[in-house]
Design a protein. Structure first.
Length: 95
């Protein structure tokens, strides 16, 4: 993890969650629960603040990524599984 985290002191929002999902899980197939834990844990450990939204920003981020062809929900319902695109965008993400 970097010594500098551009979202230090910032509440987790969908835009931040999108970047973290792509950075942490590009090219992987992973459960929604593991995405939630991993993104929240990374953000918090780097100095970020938890979300204040009623709807989890991770859910919103996954919906946006799916709409843009960067994520696919391969099993729905409790314990849903997502495939995150191995995108060239990932290398340009600055956290």
């Amino acid at each position: 993890m970097n010594n500098y985290y551009r979202y230090e002191g910032v509440h987790l929002k969908p835009q931040i969650a999108e970047k973290l999902i792509l950075k942490l899980y590009s090219g992987k197939t992973i459960t929604r629960g593991d995405i939630d834990k991993g993104v929240s844990q990374y953000h918090k450990s780097a100095g970020g603040l938890p979300s204040t939204a009623k709807t989890t920003p991770i859910r919103t981020a996954l919906r946006y990524l799916k709409k843009n062809g960067l994520a696919e929900n391969i099993s729905k319902g409790p314990g849903s599984t997502w495939r995150i695109s191995n995108s060239v965008i990932v290398s340009s993400i600055n956290l």
